[in-house]
Design a protein around this ligand. Structure first.
Ligand SMILES: [Mn+2]
Length: 303
């Protein structure tokens, strides 16, 4: 029996109302309903289910990517990872499934859940490849060594753990950090704050494109929904004012996905918190992000 059969729970409806067969699908969708280390506003465990529901109601098309619609090339929706409240058990199960999917030559879109999942992604990819780059869209640096005190594996320590396992980290859109985290900024490979993007948009795009030319090995695109401004996406665990608007984010994602093409093995979209989504707008945005990121990845792979 495969870990896929053992550790995944099928869900219905599939994202976008349609799922391709596993054998025929290059990309697979995997929900990770885990939020036990969340320290401020929990509930991202409900995100995969809610995003699938909302995806039935909206057009999965984007005028910035006019050539494709999601239903033309749907992913195989694998359902959700089995539920647990234990972070070590969560990472153990996730790593087993992810390793199996990657060894089947699948590329994986992970729908969180909290950001801690990236620690598992990095562990698996570091075990398989010489070099791992993580493009980390987030309002926060997640560079605490422990948070809360004594807790080394949590949503706020992710980037510290990534650096410890020798991943190259590119942080985009950050604007909230402690003194401890700001001192560690230079451990990152490259960084663009949210205010850098506001002050000199075109310059940031150009610099990012130049840095991406140096990328080798496997790439993860890890996107915390809180990178967007709370006026655009309020239903997140840790909202921070001064974030990106959706079109700017899409432009950054377009640059990343079109430059990196087939190197992108995993895309993660994390930290959406449906119980705080009183008007459902953040959920629509996240459903759209799943579709937009995937369609951009398809275009990127053909470049
Ligand atoms: Mn964050």
């Amino acid at each position: 029996m495969s870990f896929r059969e053992l550790l995944l729970v099928p869900t219905s409806p599939a994202f976008g109302g349609v799922s391709r067969k596993y054998e025929e699908s290059e990309w697979v969708l995997l929900g990770t309903p885990f939020d036990s280390t969340t320290t401020y506003r929990p509930g991202s465990r409900f995100a995969p289910r809610r995003v699938r529901e909302i995806s039935q109601e909206i057009d999965l098309v984007n005028p910035f990517i006019p050539e494709l619609r999601y239903e033309m090339y749907p992913m195989c929706d694998l359902g959700d990872l089995v539920f647990t409240t234990d972070v070590n058990e969560f990472l153990r199960c996730y790593c087993r499934v992810l390793r199996e999917l990657l060894s089947d030559s699948k590329r994986v879109l992970v729908l969180g859940g909290e950001h801690t999942v990236t620690i598992g992604t990095a562990r698996v990819l570091r075990g398989l490849s010489r070099k791992v780059w993580i493009v980390y869209f987030d309002a926060h640096l997640d560079l605490y060594d422990e948070y809360p005190r004594g807790c080394r594996i949590s949503h706020a320590t992710v980037v510290s753990r990534l650096i410890e396992c020798d991943c190259e980290v590119v942080a985009i859109g950050y604007r909230a950090y402690s003194e401890e985290e700001y001192r560690k900024l230079r451990k990152l490979t490259f960084w663009i704050s949210a205010s850098d993007v506001v002050r000199s948009r075109e310059e940031c795009f150009l610099e990012l494109a130049q840095v991406l030319q140096c990328v080798s090995g496997d790439v993860v695109i890890s996107l915390d929904v809180d990178v967007l401004d709370p006026s655009v996406a309020p239903a997140v665990g840790n909202p921070e004012p001064g974030g990106l608007d959706y079109c700017t984010l899409l432009e950054l994602l377009r640059i990343v996905l079109l430059s990196l093409g087939q190197k992108v093995k995993v895309i993660e979209i994390v930290e959406y918190t449906p119980m705080l989504d009183h008007n459902g707008v953040t959920g629509c945005l996240v459903a759209k992000l799943v579709s937009d990121l995937y369609l951009l990845a398809l275009i990127g792979s053909k470049c």
